[in-house]
Write a protein that binds this ligand. Sequence first.
Ligand code: HEC
Ligand code: HEC
Length: 374
Amino acid sequence: MARVSLAAMIRLRLMRLVATATIFVIASTAVTSCTKKEEKAEEPQAVVEEVAALPPAPYEFPEMKIPEDNPQNTLKALLGAQLFFDPRLSVDGTRSCYSCHQNEHGNGGETPLAIGAKEKQLTRHSPVIWNTAYFDRFYWDGRADSLEAQAKGAWGGGNMGVGAENLENKTKQLSKINAYKVAFEKVFPEEGMTPDTVAKAIAAYERMTLVCDNTAYDRFAKGDDAALTDQQKQGWAIFMGKGQCVVCHAPPLFSSAMGVPEGVYYNVGIGTEGVAEEDVDIGRAAVTKQDADWAAFKVPSLRNVSKSAPYFHDGSVPTLEGAVRLMASGGIDNKNKSSLLADRGLVDGEIRALVAFLGALDCPRPLERPGLPK
Ligand code: HEC
Ligand code: HEC
């Protein structure tokens, strides 16, 4: 019960935020249209006023939900850290979870499409996984409903190539590493090392470590006015106002999925252009079988986005400026594009300000590689 009401509360707060932001958009559009000549939002004074007119920047994260059958403890999370970084989990010893979620790439992937064990080309780009534990649905199409299920999916699927039916065998092999065997007996005294407890330990690691909540934006939102540059403040005002990015990328997680159990998915047109219709990645529709979800994808969080090129579910856009331009100009037209996305008529300086603002979402610390057992 407590969970339901928390989710409802968060949703309400989110709706209120979007409503306030929308009112702000309407108000600011009205202002700009009657003062056409002074439209340049470059003036520092104008920026100060615009930022002052915004609703307070939210920074409080929702409560993280911990599954009842996988309570958090530090030892479990530390064991999960080793597993996350250990390529011996993969079928050919070449891929750990970290291989596709690296610090150097904002904890997303380097290549446009991920390349799994045995150099198998996968169909999607590796997303940034910071704050992933605050969401209820995982993957670009939300097909996994827990971090535990996601970890088993990545391990048994093409990412690490083990095959769901071979996870038992693989686990037996890994339990020959004495330090793992001993640690699992300690952390999971009843079950020991099984595919499920491996997934549970990895999920516990993600819940403990993948929290990015002390960015320049968060410091600004908590009242440190000097945490953002003037250009970043201008970008924040555009993000919340004229650019209407907030409608889908709502702070503090910068995704709309916060507190929405099924997740939130939109078609913004990525991957629909220059491809035969039957070859389009239909995204969420593969899960729901609903036409309305055709080529709709999860709204990614924008935390660490400045470091995670290339962008989108297919990694099709190589630079952040390119991604921002595409979103601000209304995405890519197709038969199912979301009506929430339109050309916002931003000038170059405004695009650059948005890009500068997104830099304020850089996560302050990298993941640390633990020592692995011999
Ligand atoms: C070969 C590259 C690769 C490896 C190895 C890999 N991942 Fe990923 N990861 C991806 C891709 C690609 C996606 C998105 C796939 C999709 O949406 O269909 C993803 C998605 C995720 C997500 C969902 C994020 C979200 O917000 O929806 C999480 C969490 C994650 N991976 C964690 C892991 C863990 C844990 C492991 C190890 C068990 C792992 N990954 C191994 C490429 C990889
Ligand atoms: C209608 C909802 C919606 C609006 C409005 C919106 N976005 Fe997005 N955004 C998405 C979705 C959905 C994706 C993922 C699309 C995909 O990969 O297929 C995305 C992806 C992105 C990405 C790529 C992130 C990554 O990790 O690959 C960036 C950057 C981005 N949006 C910035 C913006 C900015 C800036 C604005 C405002 C100008 C904006 N968005 C407005 C829904 C939206």
